[in-house]
Every structure is written in structure tokens, then in C-alpha cells.
Design a protein around this ligand. Structure first.
Ligand code: SF4
Length: 256
């Protein structure tokens, strides 16, 4: 059963809440979901794209077709591979898009590295989650506090932690804002078909065996037959493989 909204959480109009909870949006195609979202929330809605997976690039392309002024941001953890920075530049040129870059707090990163070293993520799940907290979760929360809705590239079949993902939901982790997951029901084949048909730019590391690209020290290429998520935090079990961005403290129990 879902938790009730807390008093500090964002108030949503009853019409929007009705759209979200009625299930009507769940039967729409991805571009239709995005049309509804942009019509309802722009400019207080933005895509959170890692530039390390084709899903975000597909959504960016769809949003741009609906509204060329649609917004996208990326969390620059300071540990991204060069290929990801290159893709950000390609997107800026191709779409004439102002990609909003969100950095972690410099003081928090300095303390993290001072206290635990630059490679703390390999030492334990707790240290890995601490690094994700400082470099991803806190910056994301700060960015989301400016918005009423956000868009993510989650798909249900990506991981055991994502099998219940709806197309549109009330994000109780982030003050009751609206979270839009337009590709929730898409397969990887659907995503790549769209990329090919529309010539969408993607991260060049996909061609080197990376189904998704995160921070450089926490991503690797996978071998044939391996699970697509096997290259992310490969030293952990599948059920811990989230950075905290898409999982709430209540759901995790132990926090992020
Ligand atoms: S993915 Fe790795 S380097 Fe990036 S924030 Fe998480 S633990 Fe740190």
C-alpha cells in the first residue's frame, strides 16, 4: 500500500492527481504521455538524463519534437567517462539545447574523498551508497526542488527493482511531485529501434559492450549472455544496484 503524502510534500491540483491515479495515462503511448506532461507542467518539468543510456536520448528526442524548449539536466558526478561528456556536446549541437549541468557540492565531495579516499565505492555497499548520495542523490534533490515534475528513462525490465514502474506516478520520495516514466513498458529492442529510425545520438561506449554507462569507475562492458545490468556496480548483488535516485528511504529501509 502506498504511503500517504506528508505535509511538506508538493500539492498537486485535483485534476492532475485524478489523471495520474485514474490509470488513464497508463494506456497512452510514450509521446502522448510526454505531450500531457509538457502541456501540464512546462517549464517546471525537466528530463533527468544520464547521457549513458539510449532511453534518455530517446525521450530527449521525443520531448524536443513536442516542444523544442523542453528542458533536460544531467548530474555531473565528476567521475563520468569522456564519452559521456562528448555526447552532451553532441546533443547541444544537434538540438541547439541548453543542457543543464548539475554538480555536487564541492565541500561534500572534498570531505568524502578526504575521509574515505577517491575509490571508496569498491570497499562496501555502504561506502558506494555514500558516494552516490554525495555525487548524485543530493544534487538531484536540489535540482528537483525547482520543479513540479520530472521525467526519467526507467523501464520495467531493466532490473528487479524496477518491475512495478508506472508511466506516471506521484513521487512520494520527492515531495509528492510528479514523475513521468514514458518508456516504462518499452523493451530494449523498442528503444534501439527508435534510435535507428530517428538517428538519435547515443553514447559511443554502447558499441564497446556497455548497455548503460554510469560513472567511469562503476561501469564496465558486459560479456555475451550476461544480464544488461551486470556492468553496473558488478561487485554487488542485483537487489542493491540502485544509486538512490529512484528508490526512497522508506522503501530501502536502511536509507541511501
Ligand atoms: S556510480 Fe560510483 S562514482 Fe558514481 S556516484 Fe555512485 S559510487 Fe560514486
Amino acid at each position: 500500500m502506498s504511503a500517504p503524502l506528508r505535509r511538506d510534500q508538493k500539492s498537486i491540483s485535483s485534476e492532475v492527481l485524478d489523471d495520474v491515479t485514474s490509470g488513464r495515462l497508463e494506456v497512452l503511448a510514450a509521446p502522448e504521455v510526454l505531450e500531457w506532461a509538457l502541456k501540464t507542467f512546462h517549464p517546471r518539468i525537466a528530463l533527468s538524463a544520464s547521457f549513458g543510456g539510449p532511453e534518455g536520448m530517446v525521450i530527449l528526442d521525443m520531448m524536443h519534437r513536442i516542444n523544442p524548449r523542453s528542458r533536460v539536466f544531467v548530474l555531473d558526478t565528476g567521475r563520468l567517462p569522456q564519452a559521456t561528456y562528448d555526447l552532451i556536446d553532441r546533443v547541444r549541437d544537434r538540438y541547439d539545447k541548453d543542457v543543464e549541468i548539475v554538480f555536487p557540492e564541492a565541500g561534500a565531495v572534498q570531505k568524502l574523498v578526504h575521509d574515505h579516499g577517491a575509490n571508496l565505492f569498491y570497499e562496501s555497499i555502504e561506502r558506494r551508497q555514500l558516494c552516490c548520495q554525495v555525487r548524485k542523490v543530493e544534487p538531484l534533490n536540489r535540482k528537483l526542488s525547482e520543479l513540479d515534475a520530472w521525467v526519467s528513462g526507467l523501464r520495467r525490465d531493466q532490473n528487479v527493482t524496477r518491475t512495478e514502474t508506472p508511466q506516471v506516478e506521484v513521487d512520494r520520495v520527492h515531495r509528492g511531485m510528479i514523475k513521468v516514466n514514458p518508456l516504462a513498458g518499452w523493451s530494449a529492442d523498442d528503444v534501439w529501434r527508435y534510435v535507428r529510425e530517428r538517428g538519435v545520438p547515443t553514447n559511443r561506449l554502447h558499441a564497446k559492450g556497455y548497455p548503460s554507462v554510469g560513472c567511469d569507475p562503476c561501469s564496465r562492458a558486459i560479456k555475451e549472455g550476461e544480464d544488461p545490468r551486470a556492468g553496473r556496480w558488478w561487485w554487488e548483488r542485483p537487489e542493491t544496484k540502485e544509486c538512490g535516485i529512484h528508490i526512497g528511504e522508506e522503501e530501502e529501509g536502511s536509507g541511501i
